[in-house]
Design a protein around this ligand. Sequence first.
Ligand code: URA
Length: 232
Amino acid sequence: MEPAAAASATTALHDYGAQVAGCTKCALAQTRTQVVFGSGAPDADLMFVGEAPGFHEDKNGIPFVGAAGQLLIKLLASIGLERDEIYIANVLKCRPPGNRDPHQEEIEACEGHLFRQIELIQPKVVATLGNFSTKLLTGKSDGITKVHGVEQRVRLGNSDVVLFPIFHPAAALYTPRMLEVLQTDFAKIPALIGRSMPEPQVATPVEEPEVPTSARTAPTDAPAPAAQLGLF
Ligand code: URA
């Protein structure tokens, strides 16, 4: 995006967020603490769309700050990206009570907010996290198990976007095997946004200080170096 266009998109997104903060389009307005509009770079090339705010997001007003969010940030780091370089939003801007699944009428009431966000941000790639965002933005009923990890070209609002479905990070919190699938799919993102993958991190040998043999103690319960270096 050109700098002038980016500046006006930033203002427009900010103003739109202020407007949505008072949304009463569905019954979730009565149970939420606050609207969780979205966060990140208003001119991001990469936008993630999750499902709905949970307990922590509802309290903080920021998407993906709970356990699933921590994993998302680690997955981003594994491809050389930080949270403030991307934009994160959800299908629903308000927390469903008890974190239940979004209801169809809530999605219909809220989807205009997401489409407007996409229109203003104009990301190159929209990565949908899980079934709800994938089905909404592909306009198809194919589930995430079938479509994850393969990009699709879609027209969203007035722009052509690469849509990239991924499992929701929360899935890996309950099914550790899912982490590998997520890592494999995340590794495809840099190419989609025209970046290269970061070099794999190599452990730099730590200079051991000269310690007299007599002063050395046997290791106790210190974690193995591999565990200390491990991303996850
Ligand atoms: N899960 C989501 O889908 N969105 C959040 O913001 C947090 C957890």
